[in-house]
Design a protein around this ligand. Sequence first.
Ligand SMILES: [Cu+2]
Length: 150
Amino acid sequence: MLSLLLLLGCGQAPPSTTTAEAPTTPEAPKALGGETQRGAYVVALELVPNPPPLSELFEVKVTLTDPQTGAPISDATVSVDAQMPQHGHGMSTDPIDDPGACDAAGVCTHPGGVYRTTGMKFHMPGRWSVSIDVSGPKGADRLVLPYELL
Ligand SMILES: [Cu+2]
């Protein structure tokens, strides 16, 4: 899709303004996220890089907020994983959830409600399912998001 647009744009006049759907800027990465299944948290997901290159390590940045107040939640634990439901398998790597900033007593916080998971890898194109398990002040809840890697 992108390469087609680039080809069309090469050496030609700018897209006509009468073509309503013609984007004038590069396609913005799709926003991923939503409320967890019980409605306890709001999860915003960012893949770094986006889209993740096939069979290369990438990172998931989760921003966790309160659905009522919109305030970031910094004292939860977030665990990210991915499966291919149609194939019955998960990733070939073990994702690593960043524990955050921990004090001497072992109490860990995630400033700004930002949780990072590294060691993610999509080793096949197709339909993936990304699960985000949250354990925090409002109990345990999860969100499962479909993600198609082309
Ligand atoms: Cu597969």
